[in-house]
Design a protein around this ligand. Sequence first.
Ligand SMILES: Cc1cc2nc3c(=O)[nH]c(=O)nc-3n(C[C@H](O)[C@H](O)[C@H](O)COP(=O)(O)OP(=O)(O)OC[C@H]3O[C@@H](n4cnc5c(N)ncnc54)[C@H](O)[C@@H]3O)c2cc1C
Length: 300
Amino acid sequence: MSVLEERLKERFGSRVRANCPLSEFTSFGIGGPADLMVLIETEEELFAALRAAHREAAPAFCLGSGTNLLVSDRGIRGVVICLGDNFKKIEFDGTHVRAGAAAQFGTLVEQAVDRGLEGLEFGEGIPGSVGGALVMNAGAFGGEIARVVTAVHGATIEGQPRTLSDDEVGFAYRRTDLPRGFMIARVNFNLRSGDREVLRTRVADLRSKRAARQPRGVPNAGSIFKNPPGNFAGRLLESAGLKGSRIGGAAFSDQHANFIVNLGGARADEVRALIELARIRVREQSGVALEPEVRMVGEW
Ligand SMILES: Cc1cc2nc3c(=O)[nH]c(=O)nc-3n(C[C@H](O)[C@H](O)[C@H](O)COP(=O)(O)OP(=O)(O)OC[C@H]3O[C@@H](n4cnc5c(N)ncnc54)[C@H](O)[C@@H]3O)c2cc1C
C-alpha cells in the first residue's frame, strides 16, 4: 500500500478505493483503473485530500460525470477525486444561483426554467455535472455557460481554498484556462428574469432538435471534435467518408459523423486510433486540422 493510500484511508476509510476501473464512470464505458479513487463529501475534505496528494507529489484528477472523457486503457495514476451528494445542492436567491459542482447541469437548467430564469436553456440535454460544464465551457445552439457565471469557488492544487473571478477562469470555445490542478466545489451564476412559458417552449424546441441529431442508446462522449471556425466538424468528417468507419469496437456513428460510439468492448486505443485516422483524412481532404473536444486523460 502506498503512503498516499494509507493517508487517505486514515481520513476517508471505505470511501477510498484502490485500482478502481474507470470504465464504470464514463459515458463511453471505456477506461482503465485509477490507482486510487476517493469520494469527497465536504469542502474541508477536498482541501485535505488535495493536501495529502500534494505532499506525496501524486497527481490528482477531478472526475465529473465522465461524459466528455476518453480515459486510457492503462488508467489514471495518482488519485481520482469524486464529489459526493453534498456537492449537488442548488440554491436560488432572486436571479442569483449557487450550484454545487456535482449537481447535474440538466437539473440546474430545469430548475432555472421552472423559476422563470433565463440564460441556461441552451444546456437542455447536455449531460454531466456543473463542474464539468464549467471546465469545458459547455455550450450548444449558440449559448455557453461562460455568459452566466459570476464566480467559481474551489481549491488550488496545494489544497488551499480559492475563489476565481470570471476573468481568472479564462473561458474560450469549449475550454477554460483554470489554474493548473484547480478543483471546482461550487459555481455562482446570475440569470435574467424571463417568461416561464416562453422558456419552456424554447427548451422543448432544443430537446427535439437534439433528439433528431444525436445517436441514442449507444455509449459515446458527445462531439469528438470541436467545430473549426466557420465550419462544422460533422460536415468535414462526413465528406471525408468517415461516417460508419470502424476500428475494433469503436465506430463513427451512422447518424452523426462527429460522434464515436462504443459498439461493445471498445478500447481507448481503438477510439484514439479512429480519432487520428479522422484527423489525417480531414486534413488531406480539406486542409483543416480538427481539434478534439473530448478530453483524453490518463497514461497512454
Ligand atoms: C450525448 C452527449 C451529448 C453532449 N452534448 C454536448 C453539448 O451539446 N455541448 C457541450 O458543450 N458538451 C456536450 N457533451 C459533452 C459533455 O457532456 C460536457 O462537456 C459536460 O459538461 C462534461 O461534464 P462532466 O461532468 O461529464 O465532466 P467530465 O467528463 O467528468 O470531465 C470533463 C473535464 O472537466 C474536469 N472536471 C469535472 N468536474 C470538475 C471539478 N469539479 N473540478 C475541476 N475539474 C473538473 C475533468 O477533470 C475533465 O478535465 C455531450 C456529451 C454527451 C455524452
